[in-house]
Structures are given as structure tokens and as C-alpha cells.
Design a protein around this ligand. Sequence first.
Ligand SMILES: Cc1cc2nc3c(=O)[nH]c(=O)nc-3n(C[C@H](O)[C@H](O)[C@H](O)COP(=O)(O)O)c2cc1C
Ligand SMILES: [Mn+2]
Length: 508
Amino acid sequence: MPYTDLRDFLKQVDELGELRLVRGADWNEEIGGITDLAQHQINGPAVLFDDIKDYPRGFRIVSNTLGSSSRTALLLGMPTGKSWRELLPIWRKRSKEIPNAIPPVEVKDGPILENVVSKRDVDLSIFPTPKWHELDGGRYIGTGTVDVIKDPDSPWVNLGCYRASIADKKRVTLYISPGKHGRVLRDKYFAKGEAMPVVMVFGQDPAVFMAASLEVAWGTSEYDYAGALKGEPIPVVRGRATGLPIPATAEIAVEGFIRPDQTAPEGPFGEWTGYYASSQREEPVMEVENLYYRNNPIIVGTPPYKPPAEFTAYRGLLRAALLWEKLEQAGVPDVTGAWCHEAGGCRLLLAVSIKQRYPGHAKQAAMIAAMCHAGAYLGRYIVVVDDDIDVTDLQDVVWAMCTRCDPERDTDLIRRAWSGPLDPAIDPDKKGFNSRLIFDATRPWEWRDKFPPVVEPSLETRMAVAKKWGGLILGSGNGPVLRQRNGKAVEKRVSGRRPVKENRRKVR
Ligand SMILES: Cc1cc2nc3c(=O)[nH]c(=O)nc-3n(C[C@H](O)[C@H](O)[C@H](O)COP(=O)(O)O)c2cc1C
Ligand SMILES: [Mn+2]
């Protein structure tokens, strides 16, 4: 077990030198602005806010918690100090070794029960909820949130990360996009005319958050997945009104029932596409029956910004690993890489590399990447490349698109795929479906042996040149010259390309 709870995790982040304490910031856009700044630095720090304007000391917020490769590695039990691309093979190996599921364990007590406030006494305005972005239509307490919803027809408890804004002192809105497990379960309750029991958690063990934000399979509890990530069961206490499991070490949790006829205005909100999504509309709202919080609670804030940002960092890695795994499970052989590119918010641009084995292999990989659960929601472009292309390098992927793909022969359109209200390219009155464009950017199968050779010295020549001349040309020895790429040592600078970027997030 690498850490016990959020606070212990933050202590270890501090020991890594990656935590900053900010006192006296304003909840009204200033905390959002500082978070934007931290998120857009390469491996920018986690930021803990205390003494927030208008609020007492101790009522805190943490943001950019997982915005560096070392912090993500710490969470997932991997070595720190590695780049995202170095972590992908390490995580692929590790994720195959950890158990599939470790169910949560119910405990009688936990820090979340330090303060329990019921019905009439509930007041959500005690928390320093930020207005994160300039044009947000409200104050979002739930960004790095975990929402607990049980299937009405089975014991399955689903966790999802869905945004939540404060409607008033006792009510919070809950926005779930169509097709998400939480939304399908919600629709089941509402179709029967029943109220849906819900727990919303606004600060928790980062493994629980990570699980809730990922495309875990239908029917699998993200609690079990979080336990597997952590290597031990997540302790939970039972909600007094709903009976739903609440993480025992959570910082803040609310529980109640959402009735089909109860709504409140929600949105707009700055979203992961880099645009404000969903103009103000009516969305389900929950009246809080019980509020639970730890002494000196910490809200976890993960507001999205124009990518690349925090979510494209940690989720890029995990979604790439998941996409790769799903391709393998679907029986696509010789997948040599997968990456969910940051520019597309890790959803809109997927790249997969294969060692071509037979005619149609590339199309098979593309179709599965486009439509498997890890890749289907709000995607747009899928590029399949040969295994000599570094799938994590946008430059390399686009070079393959530009040079190996003839649009008439090598692109395909998939119509009426799973999109949603957040898709900025779709007419506001017609949102729901979108289309996908597949690029087969592999060398055409039939004449792949006649495809012109790539203009670069052989690996042997590059190694020899680097050894003999690297010091002179680059000013220092061979240290940064020889890099790992697709498992093979290659020398990037001497071959005339940019050096490998340790992290693709740009500094603004
Ligand atoms: C920071 C963050 C915010 C998110 N906000 C929402 C949201 O408001 N609504 C939504 O439907 N999905 C949102 N998501 C995506 C879902 O959490 C994600 O698709 C998850 O896999 C859904 O789980 P489910 O399929 O079990 O419902 C968010 C993800 C993250 C990381
Ligand atoms: Mn789920």
C-alpha cells in the first residue's frame, strides 16, 4: 500500500517537492486562475489552498493533484521521476500483475464521520467552493468528485466522476452525459418513477477518484477496481439515509435522493474539450439529507481547462493502457502501441501502432479502437500507424498520416456514433451523435515492400555516430542522446529530429 488516504498522499507529494501552499486566494476565479497556471506547467505542482477569502482557516482545496508523472506514478505504485511515455510500458506490465478486483470492506467508523449534519442543519455554503472559470454558470464543488449510484436491479455499485454545482445551501446539481453508466442507471430509476439514491464525494483517496474517472467495464464496481489499483480494499461506511457505501477516509460527502421531477438550472461549465459546454439548462438536483465531513476538510478540484491540462496527463496514460488492453482482448494481434493524444482531450484523437500481419489488420485495429468502451465516447479521429512510428509522438503520427495515407483509399467514416452535449463541433440543437474518421496511415499492405525507405541513417550508423561525434555536436556525452523508443534504443537528436519531449504539455 503506497499511502493511506488523500492526506497521506499529499504528505508524500510534499516530500517529493511537488506541493505548494497558497494562503489568502479568492474562491472567485483566483483559485481557478492559479490552478490553470499550475496545470499548464510541465509537471506543474499540486496546490493546496488554505485561508481562502471569506472562509475560516482549515477549509481547504487541493488542485492539480495528479498533474505530474511522478505524482501519478506515486499513486499507482510505480517509480517516480519517469516521463509519461516511460510509464506506459511499466504500467502495462504492472496492470497485468495486479488483481482484477478487490472489493471494498465495510467499517463502522472512519474520519468521514467526524462531522455529520442532517436535513435542516445542512449548509453547503460553509465550503469554499470556487468559481473555477470566468463564464461558469455556478460554483462547482464537484469537479474531482466521485458519485456513488447503485443499479436498481442488482447489487452493482457504480462510481463515476460527474460535475456538481451548488444550487443553494441544501441542493447540488448532478450532470451525467448520456451513455455513461451512471446515466443509464439514473434512467432506470426515473423510468420506474422512482427516486435515485446518490452519494456525492468531494475529496477522497486518489485511487477511488482515478477508478471513477476511467472507463471501467459495465457491471464492474469502480470500488473493486480502486481496491485493485491500491492493493487493498477501500474501507467504506454505510450512508445513513441511502445505505450506499461512502469511502471512510473521504473528506466531504453528501447523500440524498434525486427525484425524476426535481431539477435546477445547471451550466455552462468550462469543459475538457477546451470550450464552455452546455448553456444553462435544467438538470437533476439532489436535496441533501446528510452531510458528512472531516475536520479541516479538503475539496479536491480537478476543473478542466483547454488541453493539455491535468486530466490529459494522468488520464492519457491510463486510457492509452486501457485502449491497448481492449484491442488485445478483442483479438487484434501485434499491437505495438496506443496513445490518446492530449490535443484531443485524450478522446478526440486516438493513435494505435501495429506490426502489420495481414490485409485488413489496420482497419480491424481502427474499428475496435473507435468503438470499444475505452475509445467510443466523444471520439473523432483514429489513426493506425506502422510499428516504426512512435505512437506517443504527435509529430511522428501526423507525419505518417501525411505520407502513408491517401484519403480516398485509406480513410473511412463511421456515422452516428456516441457523442453528447459536450461536443463543440455539433449543432447545439442536434447534439447526441457524431461521426468518426479513420486514417489507415500504415504502408499499404499490397506494396508495402516497395514503399520508399525513410530518410534516416540506420540504427547502427546513428549509434556509431552518436558515440564518436555526439559529444562534439551536442556539447555533452551520450547521456541524453540515446533514448528508448518502442523498446529499441534510437538516437533522436543525431538523426536530425527534435529530442524526445519528456512531457508533451506546453508551458504557457
Ligand atoms: C475531472 C473529470 C470530470 C468529469 N465530469 C463529468 C461530468 O460532468 N459528466 C459526465 O458524464 N462525465 C464526466 N467525466 C467523465 C466520467 O467520469 C467518465 O467517463 C467515467 O468513466 C464515467 O463512469 P461511468 O461510465 O461508470 O458512469 C469527468 C471525468 C473527469 C476526470
Ligand atoms: Mn462504471
